[in-house]
Design a protein around this ligand. Structure first.
Ligand SMILES: Cc1ncc(COP(=O)(O)O)c(C=O)c1O
Length: 386
């Protein structure tokens, strides 16, 4: 049997008519840049995310970059974030000449450990970027309290977390900005690159709209130095057509997560399962921890099961960040996670038979009795959803 990590063709088969019609409408209109399709998408996603404004941009990366630019963050400034994330989170900080300052993660959730932030705040700190990794939100209360106390901006990296909730509030609606990605593998994926900033602040939204269009207002009169960070109308149309399905897909991901939890918990295998509290985890990824991770990955690959490592090298150990001078051992939990985590197929269209196959392959791998449970800092084999 073949079980890919993600099956976008299976998803497309269920929504082909709607997506094709939405794309055809854009072709009929020949309005490809900004315009009504983008505005409709902005309104719908902002509402979905519990925010009053949405600004469509070219990618999740550019969403983060544009937020930092809106705050004039640059040379001499420091921005606190996690080293255990996709490159974009740290890359945008460095691209503007600011310094990424890392704090280690909570080993249960893989999200930044807010209790370590105070030790990293200096006169130069301007912002915090918590990342809601795998679809589960970071512990936002202490982040917001610290931000308020020190006058810092909070930019939520919600690229993997559209619709996730923390104490009943949606990803992107708690900080000053929320950054979403419509990269095709995200829970709400476009047919290419796309992203959005959501915010409850009108002035910030207006500045973002200006920045994404070369800082021009009106056209050809450049108030500020921006860039071309616009969301295509075609991508907006695809995202809008998919949005009504998002809650159903999320529910399917949550069902699949619960089923994996049940299968693995009963098995006694040395596999540590995702930890979640009572908040809404949208399972962009279902990530297990195992000690013989690389061996398990190759074994599953031979069996036709797609998996991925998110992420094999934490930011402070990336070659391009050598200049930050943080060697191995600087962030032990991030480094350990980078060696032990493995994402299993969790996409909505995954069948029970496919899921059983994935589980049975993992069981077969451990059949030699080797491997020991990994330490997580939380109880092993905690279940995902109550
Ligand atoms: C945590 C995180 N931040 C930022 C991004 C960047 O988003 P994009 O690929 O749309 O530029 C991603 C997407 O891969 C991500 O997972």
């Amino acid at each position: 049997m073949k079980v890919p990590l993600l099956d976008l063709k299976a998803q497309y088969a269920t929504i082909k008519a709607e997506v094709d019609a939405a794309v055809a409408e854009v072709f009929e209109s020949q309005q490809f840049i900004l315009g009504p399709k983008v505005e409709q998408c902005e309104e719908a996603i902002a509402t979905y995310s519990g925010c009053s404004h949405g600004v469509g941009v070219s990618s999740g990366t550019d969403a983060l970059l544009a937020c930092l630019m809106t705050e004039n963050i640059g040379v001499g400034d420091e921005v606190i974030t996690t080293p255990y994330t996709f490159f974009a989170t740290a890359g945008v900080i460095a691209r503007l000449g600011a310094t990424p300052v890392f704090v280690d993660i909570d080993p249960r959730t893989y999200n930044l450990d807010a209790s370590q932030i105070p030790a990293k705040i200096t006169d130069k700190t301007r912002a915090i970027i918590p990342v809601h990794l795998y679809g589960q939100m970071a512990d936002m209360d202490p982040v917001m309290q610290l931000a308020e106390k020190h006058g810092l901006i909070v930019i939520e990296d919600a690229a993997q977390a559209i619709g996730a909730e923390y104490k009943g509030r949606r990803a992107g609606s708690i900080g000053h900005y929320g950054c979403l990605s419509f990269f095709p593998s995200k829970n709400l994926g476009a047919a290419g690159d796309g992203g959005m900033v959501v915010t409850n602040d009108l002035q910030r939204a207006e500045k973002l709209k200006c920045l994404r269009d070369h800082g021009a207002k009106p056209k050809y009169h450049h108030k500020i130095i921006g860039g071309n960070f616009r969301l295509d109308a075609l991508q907006a149309a695809v995202v809008s057509a998919k949005l009504p399905h998002l809650d159903g897909w999320t529910a399917a991901r949550q069902r699949n997560a619960k089923r994996y939890d049940q299968l693995f918990s009963k098995s006694g295998l040395p596999v540590s399962l995702p930890f979640t509290g009572r908040d809404r985890h949208i399972f962009n990824q279902y990530v297990i921890r195992v000690l013989r991770r690389d061996e398990l990955k190759s074994f599953l690959q031979k069996k036709g099961v797609g998996t991925e490592i998110y992420y094999p090298v934490p930011m402070h150990l990336q070659e391009c960040f050598t200049y930050l001078g943080m060697g191995r051992g600087s962030f032990p939990e991030s480094e350990r996670a980078a060696n032990e985590t493995l994402a299993l197929p969790i996409y909505p269209e995954l069948t029970e038979a496919q899921q059983d196959y994935v589980f049975n392959c993992v069981r077969e791998f451990f059949a030699d009795g080797a491997g020991e449970a990994v330490r997580t800092g939380a109880a092993n084999l905690s279940t995902s959803m109550d």
